[in-house]
Ligand binder design. Structure first.
Ligand code: 4AD
Ligand code: MG
Length: 480
């Protein structure tokens, strides 16, 4: 039988039978009350000891951070905070934590900034906030699989090492086993990748989409869920060099069906979190309220975390074309008064996150799906509209986050795709297989990518994306 954890015990009835529980000391008060946490829940189990019955040498080792095995009766608690507690009969010290050394770490009982926590990322899982975020992250991952499996999608493992640049943006991490100091050269003096491990240039994937499309045009409905790598030099609170992406791809879906899927999917996941992460979300909501107390009133959010999540579920995402959005932005106050960093002058410009956030947070006050973007600012694979200048792209924009989903209907017409690749300087030889897909039973199809960490950020209310992934990788930083 599996050993009981704190989560089990807190929902158990008092019993005469002894139980054993392992965990780490969160606090130890009055030589009497140990708050024990084992990671199964944000809550601690109170373990009460009669110090008269224990040797001083043992009690000394019951210090914050130490790992213990505790045995005793689960009794009705005399305190208000919890319904049950353990009346301890036996304590085993599994791992000590010297208070002098611990003082120098983020486990010491005082306020530590999230920046400081990142410097000790090996310990931060033992802090309340980070463990709440990571439990929620795990639940969200499960909900994602559940949603797709329930809806007859096949989980596809797209390759991590690829020979292509799916987004055509050139933000690639090279994969090579050549000696960087003295690489073999070809007759023109360039590095000769024919002598490399794969006998060609390869990189870490920026998206599993192109391979996903091949599977969708055989299995019908697929999704990927895996790590994605981008060497983009974006030092923001919403960008990582290594992040996880969920990419569904569906044969015979057009852009409208794609938007329906994205909306339904996101709502399901958020609803799942509200139902299954109650204690953690309550804690995270209170944390956020505390944090916002120190901010000027104008910067505080007008909704508490869980209300924000409910708001997403209860409201239809507003669908607006890029062209309409540009008109709204042009007429907007911050544009007229030159408050935007990038002033919107004309149709065709790419939207910055300040514009996306204005639309979502100020203008519509609702999640927004922007669609039909100018072809020139989007990737080569998106389906060209009849107007010849826009493509069937869509971005889902969220309050506080900006873009959370990017997707499109794919160009299924061989000639149009070939022409587009030429115009955008995409190597046809590299993507011969992707083009060939359009020769044998081509069909309209669509898909999108959801940035998993941006979703976790939204659900947990965390301000920085580096605090919702176990070991963040960003420019200049790949510690641990
Ligand atoms: O908009 P993106 O670049 O779209 C694609 O990669 C498509 N191939 C997806 C598809 O149609 N199958 O990325 C999709 C999402 C973004 O909306 C964002 O949420 C997230 O991935 N994302 C990042 N998240 C963290 N750090 C980064 N550097 C990210 N870049 C994109
Ligand atoms: Mg995008």
């Amino acid at each position: 039988m599996q050993q009981k954890n704190v989560l089990d015990l807190l929902s158990s009835k008092p019993s005469l039978q002894e139980v054993t529980i392992c965990g780490w000391v969160r606090t130890f008060r009055s030589n009497r009350f140990i708050a024990l946490n084992d990671g199964s829940t944000i809550k601690n189990l109170q373990c009460v000891i009669d110090f008269e019955n224990f040797e001083d040498s043992i009690l000394k080792k019951v210090s914050v951070g130490a790992a213990l095995k505790v045995t005793g009766q689960l009794i009705k608690s005399k305190g208000q905070e919890q319904s049950v507690e353990i009346q301890v009969s036996k304590i085993e010290i599994l791992g000590e934590a010297n208070p002098e050394d611990l003082k120098l770490t983020i486990l010491s009982p005082k306020h530590h900034t999230f920046e400081k926590l990142r410097e000790q990322a090996h310990l931060r899982i033992r802090t309340k906030t980070f463990s709440a975020v990571m439990r929620t992250r795990s639940k969200l991952a499960f909900a994602i699989h559940e949603y797709f499996q329930k809806n007859d999608f096949n989980y596809m493992h797209s390759p991590i090492i690829t020979g292509s640049d799916a987004e055509g943006a050139g933000e690639l991490f090279r994969v090579s086993t050549l000696n960087p100091i003295n690489p073999p050269l070809d007759e023109n003096g360039n590095v000769n990748y024919k002598q490399d491990f794969f006998e060609k240039e390869t990189n870490l994937t920026v998206s599993g989409q192109l391979e996903g499309e091949t599977f969708a045009l055989g299995l019908g409905k697929i999704y990927t869920f895996g790590p994605t790598f981008r060497a983009e030099n974006s030092n923001t609170s919403r960008h990582l060099a290594e992040f996880w992406m969920i990419e569904p791809e569906v044969a015979f879906y057009d852009l409208d069906q794609n938007m329906d899927l994205a909306e339904d999917f996101i709502k399901y996941i958020i609803n799942y979190a509200l139902d299954n992460c109650k204690d953690d979300l309550e804690f995270l909501e209170n944390r956020l309220l505390q944090e916002e107390k120190n901010k000027p009133e104008t910067l505080r959010s007008d909704m508490a975390l869980r209300n924000k999540l409910k708001f997403i579920i209860d409201n239809k995402f507003i669908r607006v074309s890029y062209t309409e959005a540009i008109e709204i932005l042009k007429r907007s106050k911050p544009n007229q008064k030159k408050k935007f960093k990038y002033i919107i002058k004309e149709w065709g410009v790419d939207l910055q996150s300040e514009h996306e956030r204005f639309l979502v947070e100020k203008h519509f006050k609702s999640p927004v799906i922007l669609f039909d973007y100018p072809a020139a600012i989007k990737a080569f694979y998106m389906r060209l509209n009849e107007d010849g200048k826009t493509v069937r792209a869509m971005d889902v924009l969220f309050p506080g986050i900006g873009e959370i989903v990017g997707g499109s209907q794919r160009e299924e017409r061989y000639d149009v795709l070939k022409q587009k690749m030429k115009e955008m300087d995409i190597d046809e030889k590299e993507l011969w297989w992707y083009l060939e897909l359009r020769k044998f039973g081509t069909a309209i199809h669509s898909g999108f990518g959801l940035g998993f960490e941006r979703l976790v950020q939204f659900v947990t209310g965390m301000g920085n994306i580096r605090d919702v992934i176990p070991y963040p990788r960003s420019p200049g930083s790949a510690n641990f």
